[in-house]
Write a protein that binds this ligand. Sequence first.
Ligand SMILES: Nc1ncnc2c1ncn2[C@@H]1O[C@H](COP(=O)(O)OP(=O)(O)O)[C@@H](O)[C@H]1O
Ligand SMILES: [Mg+2]
Length: 324
Amino acid sequence: MSGVPPPDVPPDVPDEGPPPPLKTAAATATAGAAARSDAGKAAPARTPARTPAAAGARRPKQDCEPIIVVKNLRNAFGDAVIHEDLDLTVCRGEILGVVGGSGTGKSVLLRSIIGLQTPEQGEVEVLGENMIDRTEDEAKNIRRRWGVLFQNGALFSTLTVAENVEVPIREYFPFLKPPLLDEIASYKIAMGGLPPDAGPKYPSELSGGMVKRAGLARALSLDPELLFLDEPTAGLDPIAAAAFDQLILSLQQRLGLTVFLITHDLDTLHAICDRVAVLADKKVIAVDTIPNLLALDHPWIQEYFNGPRGRTAAESYYKEGAVA
Ligand SMILES: Nc1ncnc2c1ncn2[C@@H]1O[C@H](COP(=O)(O)OP(=O)(O)O)[C@@H](O)[C@H]1O
Ligand SMILES: [Mg+2]
């Protein structure tokens, strides 16, 4: 690769600004229809990949409105220190990729941000709210503003896809009755890019890609502003992974989401992430675009992005003649 990607917008990505988050059932229906039309599109091939313009469309924003701020974070399990002096800021409207070797604490970082892991030290602010030392009611209020797709999908195996999607809705809107609940669930299932007949199925009846999409549908159930995805394309074949990437990108643009995306997937990083945060040495050692990260002299960064797999992924996205 020989430079930064061009600023072109790819033909399959709308170039209008993101709309505000959708809050009404009617608006949700619109979004569902939009996502359904996306779901019918053929999955782009991964290698040789999409047009280089696809990667170029993801430009880091000049103005950062901080939506997640982590300062001086320390996490330890017994003697094992996972994070020390970790700082990270995520900007509204970006897709932030989070990378790092296995066991470096990516999932623990996610858990710290969403309040499932109490850090030993540090500050965590999400959507302007302090996440440390909150009452259960305060935590519940803030939790409804984000959606999470956990590493293993974490669907309830004894519930259908539709019932899984309805779980968070029932928690926050216990007065909603089945016909409306079912309707909302079916919109969310469509937004996850699943066909309508996926709703009555159980997780064991779904392929790996469909489980991820069902988890995504559930993560979208409360019209979140913020989406946390923990290795969403792990275990998917390249075509399913590329389709999932495009679904995330499309949802991010249509719904104006901010996305915190933990991944090992170099194709995903190139295709849809605005910036990438690198977790190493117990902290976030850099947050930047991939071209800028490549200029850093850190051994893990060089090995990861400039090793054989990293170069192959990069070459697919920034082909000769397509760089600015
Ligand atoms: N609840 C826990 N108790 C003890 N150790 C844990 C716990 N959760 C995670 N760890 C350890 O913390 C480290 C980071 O884990 P994790 O965040 O899951 O890594 P990854 O970067 O692969 O997502 C690992 O060594 C893991 O074994
Ligand atoms: Mg993990």
